[in-house]
Design a protein around this ligand. Structure first.
Ligand code: SF4
Ligand code: SF4
Length: 172
């Protein structure tokens, strides 16, 4: 799905699965360090030995914004998805239609979705990632280069997942 605004781009070959991005995202938005309250989710694939941070790709048009029945979601000037908690009825439609699985419901009372708002243009996850696995860009392509057969296999598996998530993966 094409994105015309900026969004957080993931380089999975640099991610070490430290979860720091999740903790800072949670602190920025909820005032506590909690992975379950983060707008970015680091998925660990033990069998393949890699981690993949899943985060809103700011689709244009965004299914969550289009289908929210109460107008609680809207697009901002950066292309980011903004939530008006006062209008949200917790129906989960946004969470179910997100093609990336990047709009989880807040787990405590499931009253509203956890959707990336790009932190006003300077995402905390990007700023705090110690390996530069996250960046802010209009470019949707992720470049990865296998160093051995195991990595090549992991990348081939990643391609299948990337197809599911609508992310382009090119070899460097
Ligand atoms: S902070 Fe960076 S390296 Fe750590 S899990 Fe998040 S994306 Fe991966
Ligand atoms: S959970 Fe809230 S933001 Fe999501 S579609 Fe329902 S009303 Fe809209």
């Amino acid at each position: 799905m094409e994105s015309k605004g900026i969004h957080v781009v993931v380089d999975p070959s640099k991610c070490v699965g430290c979860n720091i991005c999740e903790l800072w995202c949670s602190y920025e938005h909820e005032g506590v360090f909690s992975r379950s309250l983060s707008r970015i989710s680091v998925i660990t694939y033990e069998r393949l030995g890699f981690d993949y941070p899943v985060v809103c790709q700011q689709c244009e048009p965004a299914p969550c914004v289009e289908l929210c029945p109460t107008g609680a979601l809207s697009k901002g000037k950066l292309g980011e998805v903004n939530l008006d908690k006062g209008k949200c009825i917790g129906c989960r439609v946004c969470s179910e239609v997100c093609p990336y699985g990047a709009a989880r419901m807040e787990p405590r009372e499931a009253r509203y979705p956890l959707i990336c708002d790009l932190c006003g243009g300077e995402p905390m996850c990007v700023a705090r990632c110690p390996t530069n696995a996250l960046s802010l860009s209009k470019v949707t392509n992720v470049k990865v280069k296998p160093r051995n057969a195991a990595e090549a296999f992991a990348i081939s598996e990643l391609r299948k997942l990337a197809d599911e998530w609508g992310v382009d993966v090119d070899e460097a």
